[in-house]
Design a protein around this ligand. Structure first.
Ligand SMILES: NC(=[NH2+])NCCC[C@H](N)C(=O)O
Length: 410
């Protein structure tokens, strides 16, 4: 059973516990019309996606990492009847159900799931229109005919557990997601960090809250060392969110001294910093050749007084930035696809630079990115290779599909 302890002071320290979500029936509710809004590029075949995901989870277990499932933790939270009642009201309201009549009908639908884990899965799946027949009422809003296929939308991005929250140090950034569809996901994390019996005893500090005004997502939050955090200012993360999180982290007794804000292109292929840049060893990084630079990075340094920080603008090669801030004599950059061009574009699209380190110099990668994988191997990196015909259709790799809860200190 998960002990609730959180500790992440690097991207590469030996991984001990990780949170995953096994893709479920929410994937079977993706339709071609919804794909764009629900942030998918194709419809994965669930049975195979689950097989691929189980193989991913097995890599962790074989390497001695405890796998904790989001759905299990959430089911444990909902064992408590009082918490379940408050949660259900909040979940239904956030799903856009407003009329008291519909709220009552939807509640009754969910009450049929007595088993808490079955309930959690049903919440993630969404509700198809034909599942509930709304009868006669006095409200036009309830009566009006709509062709929209869902009463409550599915949440197909849940298996990208990296994004809705991020453990940083011994606290959590409970993120405000850019899009409405993913914003709904963070309610599970909110209840886990506030109400799960094993977690709440540690009084986890929140560096960011889902109610905060600006968007920030976990794919943009990289912990380069216990002194340096990198945050992407991207399609998904606002610069103002970085200001806010910097203020909170710097004066909370954490060792972090610098936040490097990377200004990256605001496009889908580059949606988060971890789609173009991840750390695989003390001095080795995978990168998309297009961000190599010179690029603009803002260094935000902790000031002497609470809430105070100093910002400097840097414009230099990525290599020089990493050497300077991580105090390294040299760094190795493994270029996704080898060099700018066809292989780089293809492999970056399928998350060739989205590796997950489970220890220094040991990473999980997708088999399909064979050009990049060969380069990683040549650089002496140990690879755990997984299949991803279906998983990759949601545009996320091993780092996106995992949220480290506990890593050993380096
Ligand atoms: N950390 C990541 N790069 N996550 C990828 C998330 C993919 C997901 N379909 C989205 O668009 O939000």
């Amino acid at each position: 059973m998960f002990d609730g302890k959180l500790q992440v002071y690097s991207e590469i320290g030996v991984l001990k516990k990780v949170m995953l979500h096994r893709p479920g029936m929410e994937i079977e509710n993706l339709t071609p019309e919804l794909m764009n809004r629900l942030l998918f590029d194709d419809i994965p075949y669930l049975r195979v996606a689950q097989e691929e995901h189980d193989a991913f989870a097995d890599v962790f277990r074989t390497c001695g990492v405890e796998v904790v499932y989001l759905e299990t933790l959430m089911a444990e939270v909902l064992q408590d009847k009082a918490t379940r009642a408050i949660f259900m009201d909040e979940f239904i309201a956030e799903a856009g159900i407003v009329s008291p009549y519909r709220v009552a009908m939807v509640k009754a639908y969910y009450e049929a799931f007595e088993d808490a884990e079955a309930l959690v899965k049903a919440l993630m799946t969404g509700i198809r229109r034909e599942r509930i027949t709304f009868g006669l009422t006095h409200s036009l809003a309830d009566l009006i005919e709509t062709q929209y296929p869902f009463i409550i939308d599915p949440m197909p991005n849940l298996y990208f557990t990296r994004d809705p929250y991020a453990v940083i140090g011994n606290g959590v950034s409970l993120n405000k997601m850019r899009t409405l569809t993913r914003r709904r996901e963070t309610i599970f994390a909110k209840y886990i960090f506030e109400h799960h019996p094993a977690v709440k005893q540690h009084q986890v500090p929140l560096w960011y809250d889902r109610e905060d005004p600006y968007a920030i997502e976990g794919g943009d939050e990289l912990i380069l060392s216990d002194k340096v955090i990198a945050i992407g200012v991207s399609q998904r993360t606002d610069a103002a969110a970085v200001d806010l999180i910097a203020k909170r982290i710097f004066h909370a007794g954490q060792p972090f001294e610098t936040i490097l804000a990377f200004d990256i292109p605001k496009t889908r292929a580059f949606m988060h910093l971890d789609t173009v840049f991840t750390m695989v060893d003390y001095d080795t990084f995978t990168i998309h050749p297009e961000i190599e630079g010179p690029l603009t990075v803002y260094s935000i340094q902790r000031g002497d007084h609470p809430g105070e920080y100093i910002i400097e603008k840097e414009h230099m090669e990525l290599e020089a930035i990493l050497m300077k801030y991580l105090q390294l004599d040299k760094v190795k950059l493994i270029r996704c696809g080898g060099k700018p061009g066809i292989d780089a574009g293809r492999e970056q699209w399928n998350d060739g630079s989205n590796t997950l380190a489970i220890a220094p110099g040991e990473v999980i990668v997708y088999a399909r990115n064979h050009v990049t994988n060969r380069l990683l191997e040549a650089a002496g990196i140990k690879l755990h290779v997984i299949q991803s015909s279906e998983l990759s259709r949601g545009r996320g790799g091993p780092r996106c599909m995992s949220m480290p809860l506990y890593r050993d200190q380096l």
